[in-house]
Design a binder for this molecule. Sequence first.
Ligand code: FAD
Length: 431
Amino acid sequence: SINIFWFRRDLRLDDNMGLYHALIDDQPVLPLFIFDTNILNQLEDRHDPRVSFIHQQIISINNLLKSKGSSLLVKYGAPIEIWKKLIQEYQITKVYTNHDYEPYALDRDKKVASLFNGHGITFNTYKDQVLLEKNEVLKENGDPYVVFTPYSRQWHNTISDKNYDPVPSALLFKNFIKKRFNEPLSLEQIDFKPTRIEIPPASLADTTLKHYEEHRDFPSMDGTSRLGVHLRFGTVSIRKIANDARKKSKVFLNELIWREFYQMILWHFPRVVVENFQTKYNKLNWRNNEKEFEAWCNGQTGYPIVDAGMRELNTTGHMHNRVRMIVASFLTKHLLIDWRWGEAYFAKKLLDYELASNNGGWQWAAGTGVDAAPYFRVFNPELQTKRFDPELKYIRQWVPEFQELNYPRPIVEHKQARERAIQTYKEALDS
Ligand code: FAD
């Protein structure tokens, strides 16, 4: 009989909590990855760079395992169906995996847990993608925090050195099952194609941390880590990154705490996926003009900083955080388009797309979320440009034609749009 370790959003062999626990147990471990068709079938773009990235990662994990006399079992299908077959095929004692807090994943894990239970298989799951999760940071009365600052204070009170300790999962290769499985399906075989979009390296330079506070708000500077995609798929360990951050940049650590805050919110309030966190805005009368939405998506609003952001996103799969805030405020306030439209567009395009943070960021910008900006706060794109792209370097990079005749005229006038937004939000509150 064997134990199985199931990789999901933790695509690495080193410092992987669930994997470590599987490998110190007393049975050989069969490592498994499932290309989940419930997720893949929803992706519209067959060139989706995130799928290529996962695929590459799977190949490299498999190669590493092969060099140690083992290999990765890779399946393609709906997880519950795959598990039913695996249970027939192998004598499984325990299944190990890491927590995932998204509603789809929770539902999937509940179903497989019940299947395992019916077959006498133990399901052991671990915290791996955050330092503190679920109910670990609560108010004194036991409620979850819904405001960041007190949450982060309590996060600091709760965290201990142990939370940062790495686990040596990569030293335990000998405990993997010695078996050569078939080579993983190719990208084409799972019906995807390679992409030209590049994934930034999974490393955090000391100089980034050193200058993070000064540089991070300027989109023309290479001042942030670009680790989002790696934290999303677990190709770096949060313990390692946070341990570096706590020694070298408190401001960077604070951003990682925002990430944990939104994961915690999603876990406690899964309704935010489809609903305003603050239900008092449910009557908001969005304009939802499709032509304007299209202009926003294509970076053709006539507001250079907004257009630069959207073009950066469309070309690279990344957008600087400052500009994410500007374009999201512009869509929800200036154009009065439902944040769910913008959120869905980001979900399609961002390499670092993460349901919890994306939803949190969008609801923050729209003023409907936890700890959100007040409704009357409407970013002024021109002032934002003066402060954060004073030499127009970022704008020139992405919208070189912005001073020419063929550049679109502003889609709305700032002052009017601002007043219209404030009025519309007020009406929602009064109704
Ligand atoms: P760095 O500045 O180097 O930060 C390091 C890491 O900290 C990030 O990789 C991320 O994991 C975390 N982090 C930083 N800022 C935030 C934040 N405000 N909230 C949560 N985590 C943060 N982040 C995502 O990871 N996925 C998303 O889908 C996403 N969508 C967003 C949508 C909107 C409208 C807004 C305003 C923000 C969104 N963010 C999202 C947060 C933030 O913009 C990105 O995490 C950041 O830009 C990623 O670049 P980086 O890795 O260079 O970040």
